[in-house]
Design a protein around this ligand. Structure first.
Ligand code: HEM
Length: 132
């Protein structure tokens, strides 16, 4: 007799270790951002406790975990800041580096990078995009 077992779908969020893993990634990510002279000024007056919390909640959603995000939309939070494509790429690089350093598997990293590409136009200031 053959027994077929339903494979329980495991989210990226659970695969990397849930809330604690996301928190560790966000900590490492913002440490890198704040150490980057091309980005640090943006965060000089930002409440980094709230900032880390918001990004952790957003990253949880992106990874298929619980949706408890209670912050503003990406466009609303970022459009007034005048962020350029170059700065966006730097931030994306720091996030990828943080996830890689923490041992996040390549397929999950690729999915996060795909989301970064999708939301770029919400974050980068319309006025700084060529042709926008
Ligand atoms: C890569 C994609 C990005 C994601 C997913 C992201 C995510 C977030 C989130 C969730 C918030 C909090 C929103 C709120 O609840 O108010 C936020 C705020 C902020 N982000 Fe980003 N961010 C990204 C890129 C960037 C970049 C490239 C910069 C600057 C170079 C930046 C600078 C800021 C600043 C300064 C705030 C605080 C704004 C304020 O408090 O008025 N972000 N971001």
């Amino acid at each position: 007799m053959t027994v077929t077992q339903e494979a329980a779908p495991v989210s990226h969020y659970d695969r990397i270790g849930g809330a604690n893993a996301v928190k560790a990634a966000v900590e490492l990510f913002y440490d890198k951002v704040l150490a980057d002279p091309d980005l640090a000024d943006y965060f000089a007056t930002v409440d980094m406790v709230g900032q880390r919390r918001h990004l952790a909640l957003m990253l949880a959603v992106v990874l298929g975990g619980p949706n408890e995000f209670d912050g503003r939309g990406l466009a609303e939070a970022h459009q007034p800041l005048g962020i350029t494509v170059e700065q966006y790429a730097l931030v994306g690089g720091h996030l990828s580096a943080a996830l890689t350093e923490l041992g996040v598997p390549a397929d999950i990293l690729a999915d996060v990078q795909a989301v970064l590409a999708q939301v770029q136009d919400q974050v980068v200031a319309a006025g700084t995009r060529p042709g926008a």
